[in-house]
Ligand binder design. Structure first.
Ligand code: PRE
Length: 257
């Protein structure tokens, strides 16, 4: 969708952001089935595993390398976490006209996303602090899928910014030329939209995280949810939307290069 210039509108981009909420919430529910598993993220040098860095880092880098070979990062919607380590794609690039300005390639906030994920999000969502040795690989695979979904959503800010720039070039141009970050941030912010996003993701977390049973008596029991809806709302409020807006500003600042 985001590679089709004709269909580019703020509504279509927002529809995609809404659909991506489902992916993020389902991936979050999958990841928090497992405990935090701190050993996964520790340097493996002290263990008998023959790798440098942590097991999580090793699996993530190898996963990205494999995905790169089959063309994942040729898509403007995908942004690698380890851009310096990617092998070339065996698939040729698409012949479609790119939607984004070429400077989009320089905007990548994955380092920040990874830092926030390990230091703030995992401790917030995973209530069990233990290790689950039997599920190291499965847990790390869940991390990778969730991080890729978060990264895709946050970097979608480039498409949002492109549409806003095309729709209101006269308003954006002087602010870009003046490199006025604060004014750009103000112009691209829609507080009413953000309020709706926060409410909708909480409702989705509530609906997707319910225990579904066929027994009518179970409805009277106290409901248990797989993820706390208020935390999902906070995830969007404190991390996902601010980082999306950061991507929007960074993209706009380069839009006239
Ligand atoms: O929908 C937009 O206009 C966006 O820029 C996306 C988004 C978001 O991240 O959801 C970010 C900033 C706006 O204030 C509202 C929503």
């Amino acid at each position: 969708m985001a590679s089709d210039n004709n269909k580019l509108s703020l509504d279509s981009i927002r529809d995609s952001l809404i659909r991506q909420e489902d992916t993020i919430i389902f991936n979050l529910i999958e990841r928090i089935k497992y405990p935090i598993t701190p050993t996964l993220y520790k340097e493996a040098s002290s263990s008998s595993w023959n790798i440098s860095g942590s097991l999580f880092h090793y699996l993530f880098q190898e996963t990205e390398a494999l995905h790169s070979k089959v063309g994942r990062y040729l898509s403007a919607e995908e942004n690698p976490f380890f851009p310096d380590k990617l092998p070339a794609s065996i698939i040729p690039p698409s012949k479609c006209t790119p939607v984004l300005h070429p400077a989009a390639e320089c905007v990548n906030v994955n380092e920040k996303i990874l830092d926030v994920y390990k230091k703030q999000l995992l401790p917030l969502f995973c209530t069990d602090q233990a290790d689950d040795e039997e599920n190291f690989a499965t847990t790390a695979s869940c991390d990778i899928q969730l991080l890729q979904a978060l990264s895709r959503r946050i970097h979608y800010g480039k498409f949002v910014a492109e549409v806003k720039f095309r729709d209101c070039t006269d308003q954006y141009k002087p602010l870009i030329l003046a490199k006025d970050r604060d004014a750009l941030m103000k112009l691209l912010t829609f507080e009413a939209v953000e309020e709706v996003v926060k409410k909708r993701v909480a409702k989705k977390a509530f609906v997707f995280g319910q225990q579904v049973t066929l027994n009518i008596d179970d409805n009277t029991k106290e409901a248990k949810y797989k993820v706390d809806p208020s935390l999902v709302s906070r995830l969007y409020d404190e991390w996902i939307m601010p980082l999306t807006k950061l991507v929007e500003v960074e993209y706009l600042l380069r839009r006239l290069d």
